[in-house]
Design a protein around this ligand. Structure first.
Ligand code: G
Ligand code: G
Ligand code: MN
Length: 519
């Protein structure tokens, strides 16, 4: 029972502690994807800002250049104007004039040997011819991008829009022309399929398999800027976030598991276990014979409750009786004991009509109005006659002398006998002894143990015996283990005894067998 509850609590607890960890891992992952997409958007926004600004300056510069004298594009006046534009446009490397794919002059002046710039890579919808890889001056190893319209051109540094500080050199940044789908200034790999993800939208962010990608459309020109962060960055972010979140999840899980464990333990508390044991019929009785000291005959037996769990474990009465006594469960236990004793003893009384069974009752039973009706049922079933029943109550049962008096009187009026159990160990107010009579006084084992020793309490037995005699009570000595103890008690007029010297508690079948020779 306890093992089953423990196993259940363990299983539920395990699930309860793992689930939050898994959930936090899942949350860490989706949160990481969100954060990563946000970072990609921040980068794409910066690329776009730079692209837009350089586009504006290119457009403004070329617009201004269109006003220059096209017949003498490289005149001194024009060169002066170019230098002015150049110094006013921080994003522009220079401005100049192109004819037949040669840069003839620029803000730097006339180029004696005109610089070849190659054919345009691409011409935009509004007539800008774009070259994205122009070496200036030729052989210098410095490459630029060039936009040209009507022979006038603006030159920008190739890294202008993409030299954004990033924490992973693997991050791809750039812009692409939307109509021609060609990449403009960019660095790192670019996947043409990303363009389709943007479609006609202003911006997108998505997980593209190997990259976390964000794309934002320009409002200045026919292009969009993008940032693509390699998968390893996402994995890294997820790992870091998981390292922070999973322990919290595990902690939540442990707290949850603890709560569940406590609930399970409460559910399996002793009172609940007793209730379950009553339902499952795990209680039964053993009987310890009561011996007449003069003759050695067995004249009765004390019913002692036993609890064997379904898993075979025995629970001692000293463990569960006090718990049952704290709640009203003891009433149900006593009721069960009366039923069991009735069934068990029926064949015994049939063969030995004078034999008796002693039933232990608690203080609560004495106070309860249930006790007499329960006994009445037993007698009505024909299982026993009143004189076959002895009710054993400890002195605690007589604390409320008035209630005890009416109950004991009623029991004896029915014809049952009453015994004071564990005499001398309890509250011993003894006041009740003046108010009503009982039949037996059971001398507690602790006093019997002292017989023949020089313990100071060894004298108590003599006094108890004297008192019982003067009150005309029959005496039962408990826990008799040696022949010397038995001899002493017999010599001092104690009529009955129980103890291992005679017999240990036994099953009713053993009792019936042994009665053949002992009755
Ligand atoms: O022999 P055993 O270990 O069972 O006895 C332990 C204690 O439990 C004894 O004090 C005995 O009186 C008590 N006890 C045994 N059976 C019952 C019972 O049916 N009802 C009550 N109230 N006490 C019992
Ligand atoms: O308090 P009550 O009389 O109900 O308790 C009886 C208890 O004493 C039972 O647990 C029973 O097993 C135990 N018992 C009975 N006889 C002996 C005995 O001779 N020696 C010991 N040690 N215990 C005994
Ligand atoms: Mn008893």
């Amino acid at each position: 029972m306890v093992k089953r509850v423990a196993a259940l609590a363990l299983t539920v607890g395990l699930v309860a502690s793992i689930a939050p960890a898994l959930i936090s891992l899942y949350l860490a992952n989706s949160q990481s994807i969100k954060e990563e997409q946000h970072y990609a958007e921040v980068l794409a926004t910066e690329v776009l800002r730079r692209s837009d600004e350089s586009s504006r300056q290119i457009i403004a510069a070329i617009d201004t250049l269109q006003n220059l004298d096209p017949a003498h594009p490289c005149s001194a006046v024009n060169l002066k104007a170019m230098a002015d534009i150049d110094s006013a446009s921080p994003y522009l490397q220079t401005v100049g004039h192109v004819r037949n794919n040669y840069l003839e002059c620029s803000a730097y002046g006339l180029h004696g040997e005109r610089f070849p710039v190659g054919a345009p890579d691409y011409i935009s919808g509004n007539g800008y011819a774009t070259r994205i890889n122009v070496e200036l001056p030729p052989g210098s190893g410095h490459f630029y991008a060039m936009s040209e319209k009507g022979g006038f051109a603006a030159v920008v540094h190739r890294g202008l829009s993409t030299e954004v500080f990033v924490d992973d050199p693997g991050i791809a940044l750039g812009s692409f022309a939307r109509s021609s789908k060609k990449t403009l200034l960019s660095r790192g790999p670019f996947d043409a399929r990303w363009i389709d993800r943007l479609g006609e939208r202003e911006r997108v962010a998505f997980w593209g398999g190997d990259y976390t990608v964000a794309i934002i459309r320009s409002t200045v020109g026919d292009y969009a800027s993008y940032a693509a962060i390699p998968a390893r960055q996402l994995a890294l972010r997820q790992q870091q976030l998981a390292l922070r979140m999973v322990p919290i999840g595990v902690l939540c899980g442990l707290v949850l598991a603890l709560i569940i464990w406590r609930l399970a333990v409460a559910q399996s508390s002793m009172p609940n276990q007793i209730r379950a044991a009553l339902r499952r019929n795990e209680f039964f009785l053993q009987y310890q014979p009561l011996v007449e000291l003069q003759s050695g005959r067995w004249v009765g037996a004390e019913a002692l409750i036993r609890w064997r769990r379904s898993d075979g474990e025995w629970v001692r009465p000293d463990v569960f009786i006090p718990v049952a006594e704290e709640s009203d469960l003891i009433l149900r236990l006593t009721e069960r004991v009366l039923q069991l004793a009735g069934n068990d003893m029926k064949p015994v009384f049939a063969r030995y009509p004078e034999f008796h069974v002693a039933i232990n009752v608690s203080a609560k039973d004495i106070e309860s109005p249930q006790l007499l009706p329960a006994l009445g049922n037993l007698l009505q079933d024909g299982a026993a006659e009143p004189h076959n029943i002895v009710i054993e109550a400890t002195e605690r049962g007589f604390l409320d002398a008035e209630v005890a008096r009416s109950r004991v009187t009623a029991l004896r009026a029915m014809g049952c006998k009453v015994a004071i159990d564990d005499f001398g160990t309890g509250y011993s107010s003894l006041a009740y002894l003046e108010k009503f009579a009982v039949d037996y006084l059971k001398i507690d084992k602790s006093f019997v143990d002292t017989l023949g020793t020089d313990a100071p309490t060894s004298q108590v037995v003599r006094h108890i015996i004297e008192m019982a005699k003067s009150l005309n009570y029959l005496m039962i000595a408990e826990g008799v283990e040696t022949g010397e103890q038995a001899s002493f008690l017999r010599a001092h007029g104690v009529q009955y005894a129980q103890g291992w010297l005679f017999a240990k508690p036994m099953a009713v079948s053993d009792l019936l067998n042994q009665l053949a020779t002992k009755a």
